[in-house]
Design a protein around this ligand. Structure first.
Ligand code: PMP
Length: 359
């Protein structure tokens, strides 16, 4: 068996050690005689796995008891609806920052439930920048401010946290666990699991407890964070196997030295790749220097008629899923936690070689 390098934006690479453990435990988890997938979510085994996953995540992100940690379903996209349904309360509108395709989707969904005030947009730079904070047209009566700390498609990341007087809501799908964050700066953090947490099918919500209990009457029980918190994320059958795998990923992260260690590795990986792109006239990345994502690195070839050959030859070399999102074209290397420095080195070597042959 040869495992290849996977630069997919999500579902993304998982740590090989996690997959091996899952394989070893597949048929008989810890002598129970059952697979995790076959167990009741009310069993002590699964409740224990869920409790341990939560405790490990709390430790990795230093999450205080002021916050509820919820393991839900429906992906980050479902939270685009859950956020306004849970947080608008008596307010008529919420503030949103538009820095890319995922911001736009969150905005479109929020408009179904209330007013949306777009405080700033980088659409005029084709989403290659982040509007300066002092230009944001904030509404002091907003129910909350929503932003996307890492735009997975555009490869644009905030390296600062907006300071606002209303609850701050962040879609951290493609940045969570890539480096330490100060959870206390946020009202709500949410993320689909399929990048840095685990497999698709699990959705993480971290919500400050004082923000619970404001859900609209029409909020479905399945989207109501209070209901999830009251039921330890087991109001209905949770995605037990995905939760188990996430728990293994959290163990793996702790064994790597936690998020400080991951940040050092991730900065080194991204630094090398951007240096390779910037050091050549053959490749280019459009994002302003201060906002270049550590996790998603889009790049174009000077001659886009070579795109097809690049992808085919990369595939051949065992470098998979480098095609850029269909909305922007070009290439994109997603280099999440489980994508090792060896993968980035292999990609850079391939890029040099391709340039030699086609440049
Ligand atoms: N937000 C961001 C930043 C994303 O990258 C994605 C998925 N790529 C989503 C939201 C949507 O996530 P899901 O597919 O889990 O609904």
């Amino acid at each position: 068996m040869t495992r290849k390098y996977n630069f997919c934006a999500g579902p993304a690479a998982l740590p090989e050690a996690v997959l091996e453990t899952a394989r070893n435990e597949m048929l008989d988890w810890h002598g129970s005689g059952l697979s995790i997938m076959e167990m009741s979510h009310r069993s002590p085994e699964i409740v224990g796995i869920a409790e341990r996953a939560e405790a490990d995540l709390r430790q990795l992100l230093s999450i205080s008891d002021d916050y509820a940690v919820l393991f839900l379903q429906g992906g980050a996209s479902t939270q685009f609806s859950a956020v306004p349904l849970n947080l608008l309360g008596g307010k008529t509108s919420a503030d949103y920052v538009n820095t890319g395709q995922w911001s736009k989707k969150a905005i479109a969904e929020a408009k179904r439930y209330g007013g949306v005030n777009v405080v700033a947009s980088s659409e005029d730079t084709n989403f290659s920048t982040i509007p300066a904070f002092d230009s944001w047209q904030l509404d002091k009566d907003a129910a909350y401010l929503h932003y996307t700390p890492n735009e997975t498609i555009g490869g644009v990341e905030y390296f600062w946290t907006p300071k606002v007087d209303v609850p701050l809501v962040a879609d951290m799908s493609s940045t969570i666990l890539s480096r330490p964050i100060d959870v206390s700066e946020f009202g709500v953090i949410y993320a689909g699991a399929q990048k840095n947490i685990g497999p698709a099918g699990l959705t993480l919500v971290i919500v400050r407890k004082d923000l619970l209990g404001r859900a609209a009457d029409i909020c479905p029980a399945m989207l109501n964070w209070q209901v999830a918190a009251d039921n330890d994320s087991m109001y209905n059958t949770p995605p037990t196997y995905a939760l188990y795998l996430a728990g293994l990923v959290f163990d793996w992260l702790k064994a790597q030295g936690g998020l400080e260690a991951m940040e050092a590795i991730n900065r080194r990986k991204a630094g090398k790749l951007y240096a390779a792109i910037d050091g050549s006239d053959f490749y280019a990345n459009p994002v302003e220097l201060a906002s270049r994502s550590l996790m998603n690195v889009p790049f174009t070839l000077a001659d886009d008629s070579l795109d097809k050959a690049f992808l085919a030859e990369a595939d051949e070399a065992g470098l998979l899923n480098l095609k850029g999102h269909r909305s922007v074209g070009g290439m994109r290397a997603s280099i999440y936690n489980a994508v090792g420095e060896d993968a980035v080195d292999a990609l850079i070597a391939f890029m040099h070689d391709f340039e030699q042959r086609h440049g």
